[in-house]
Design a protein around this ligand. Structure first.
Ligand code: APR
Ligand code: PHB
Length: 390
């Protein structure tokens, strides 16, 4: 088999890259270790930046998103028994965020690729990346037990944090920057309407909580917990009780059957550069943000937007200048978004040890944030998404 760009991973990064390349007349094959059902049902975040929505709509995969996505013009911050609304749209000239689950984006992209005759190979195994330092890279793998290979011009490593692409780069060629956090999130999906039409981020002495949603009838709720927490110790009643306590007063929290429950670790991670020879890393394969701020998917979209343009420039003009700048272009945004996610995480969580000084400083910063139009504007422009740069 031969193609122009072999893409490893059918998450949002790999699938959107394949779609954007197709629009530019560039062929690709996507290789995914999991089944189609698995990737379409995997529950992840669900907040899209304005730029992500615009790109999906402009590239023709935003029809259901426009119909079913919930547009939010603001959000609420709660701390010290007070609630403050941040008018995201008013502060950013009308930009907004859209609540639409990541797996719905994945379903829309898979459908668009298959309808256009694109190739996505699911349930493949033993993927290995070969010859990225040459002009003839290859991906070898097994499908239904049989060995196979794809010859290509370039390889896009879109296989997430635990994928093979980054791991196949020789030791010493990449530098990793990493920070773990001393807490995690326990998340539930509940068959209950959201407590408020907008997201609520709570800083509380008992720990952080987030009240978000998937639809007007399905709530997505998160509680800060210990990183090594055992989900078996969290019966539904205990989760609802902690959520109520951290939400504080106001409207009562609607409860309903818990449909899904899980623990998400928190990490900041960046690898530099995001390229090695003819292998280009994008999305979680190159960087991880803690979930506070919901930037993971949006950052993956920003990477593949740059990568698709750079491949197009290469095939249209023969110039590799944009591909050579790929890593530098992406990393500027990656570091800014890392900073915002790290800042929001540090601002809103309770750090183990109950340091009273840190708590006072967090309150002072939140107090300043909600009282200063300048500080709220800085928050809002990061939250709705920084503009794309080329
Ligand atoms: N071979 C083939 N596919 C692989 C391999 C492998 N060795 N290893 C991992 N994969 C697949 C995974 O099964 C997954 O479907 O690569 C895909 C990677 O997808 P994601 O993890 O969703 O990563 P990405 O596309 O970069 O999406 C951005 O940011 O914060 C997160 O939740 C957000 O998942 C989103 C991500
Ligand atoms: C979500 O809806 O899952 C979500 C929203 C906001 C975040 C993180 C996750 O900061």
């Amino acid at each position: 088999m031969r193609t122009q760009v072999a893409i490893i991973g059918a998450g949002p990064a790999g699938l959107l890259l394949a779609h954007l390349l197709h629009l530019r007349g560039i062929e690709s094959v996507v290789l995914e270790s999991q089944s189609r059902k698995h990737v379409e049902e995997r529950i992840r975040a669900g907040v899209l930046e304005q730029g992500t929505v615009d790109l999906l709509v402009e590239s023709g995969v935003g029809e259901r998103l426009r119909r079913e996505g919930l547009t939010h013009h603001g959000l609420e911050l709660r701390f010290g028994r007070r609630a403050h609304r941040i008018d995201l749209s008013g502060l950013t000239g009308g930009r907004a965020l859209t609540v639409y689950a990541q797996q719905e984006v994945v379903k829309d992209l898979i459908q668009a690729r298959l309808a256009a005759g694109g190739t996505i190979l699911f349930e493949i195994s033993d993927v290995e990346v070969r010859g990225v330092g040459t002009n003839a890279p290859r991906v070898v793998f097994r499908k239904d037990g049989a060995a196979d290979a794809i010859a290509c011009d370039f390889i896009a490593g879109c296989d997430g944090f635990h994928g093979v692409s980054r791991a196949s780069v020789p030791r010493g060629a990449l530098t990793a920057h990493e920070q773990d956090y001393p807490f995690a999130w326990l998340g539930i999906l509940a068959d209950a309407p959201p407590v408020s039409p907008e997201l609520i981020y709570c800083q509380h002495e008992l720990g952080f909580a987030l009240f978000t949603m998937r639809t007007t009838r399905l709530s997505r709720l998160y509680l800060q917990c210990a990183p090594d927490e055992d989900i078996a110790n969290w019966p539904d009643d205990r989760i609802w009780e902690k959520l109520r306590a951290r939400l504080g007063g106001g409207a009562p929290l609607p409860e309903g059957p818990v449909l899904q429950k899980g623990i998400t670790g928190m990490r900041s991670f960046v690898v530099e550069p995001m390229q090695h020879g003819r292998l280009f890393l994008a999305g979680d394969a190159a960087h991880i943000v803690p979930p506070t701020g919901a930037k993971g998917l949006n950052l993956a979209v920003a990477d593949v937007r740059v990568l698709a343009q750079a491949f197009a420039a290469h095939y249209e003009s023969g110039s590799s200048a944009a591909l050579d700048r790929y890593s530098e272009t992406c990393l500027r945004r990656v570091w800014r978004v890392q900073r915002f996610s790290w800042w929001m995480t540090a601002l809103l969580h309770r750090f183990p040890g109950g340091d009273a000084m840190r708590q006072r400083l967090q309150h002072a910063e939140l107090d300043y944030l909600v009282g200063s139009r300048a500080a709220m504007t800085a928050f809002a422009e990061n939250y709705v998404g920084l503009p794309f740069e080329d």
